[in-house]
Design a protein around this ligand. Structure first.
Ligand SMILES: [Zn+2]
Length: 195
């Protein structure tokens, strides 16, 4: 799924929860949007800049154990941040384009086998055989191939996510510049007091 699809569904879910809570909680949507794509940011940075042995942009941050540790770390850091941790955890759900043994081994790593190959990392540290700049550029190109792009309904889901973002902006009148500016600087929907 594309980054915009992830952001759309996660922002939409947080919006629904905030509305159901009668707006007594104030959600920072900048944090929600960032957390919706946190696993991709972490793994793509590792893939593009750091680890030659990594095979693609979905690695260790795309495992349940990493995400649960991430939720715990955020909650220990600030109690109310568990909500943003769940936004990152839900990324794994949205990345599921088909159920397979490989998918389960990656998601549940290291429970179904602790080999690095399950999280798309080759044994050993790997080698960079071309100049570093060229290597980074090649990896950026590989990492920008959207995951599951061969499946038509993944594209439909991405369009759905973009439509949710459009509805969010429209319903909260973010097309008005003062409201948009307030939203971008505070992260919360204008008119909702911060909890
Ligand atoms: Zn992902």
């Amino acid at each position: 799924m594309l980054l915009i699809g992830h952001m759309g569904y996660t922002v939409g879910a947080a919006w629904a929860i905030e509305s159901a809570a009668r707006k007594e909680i104030a959600v920072d949507y900048r944090a929600i949007a960032l957390m919706a794509i946190a696993p991709d940011i972490i793994d793509r940075v590792i893939f593009v800049f750091i680890l030659p042995a990594a095979l693609e942009g979905r690695l260790i941050a795309h495992t349940l154990v990493f995400q649960l540790a991430f939720v715990l770390a955020l909650t220990l850091f600030r109690r109310g941040w568990w909500f943003y941790g769940i936004a990152s955890l839900s990324h794994l759900l949205l990345d599921t384009t088909r159920l397979s043994t490989d998918w389960a081994k990656h998601l549940l790593w290291p429970l179904l086998g602790s080999e690095w190959r399950a999280v798309n990392i080759l044994p050993g540290s790997g080698d960079i055989t071309v100049p570093y700049n060229t290597w980074v550029w090649q990896r950026i190109q590989t990492a920008s191939q959207p995951y599951g792009s061969g499946v038509w309904w993944v594209w439909a889901l991405d369009i759905g996510g973009a439509l949710i973002l459009a509805a969010f902006a429209y319903r909260n009148a973010l097309y008005r510049w003062p409201r948009l500016r307030e939203f971008l600087t505070s992260g919360i929907i204008p008119g909702i007091s911060r909890a």
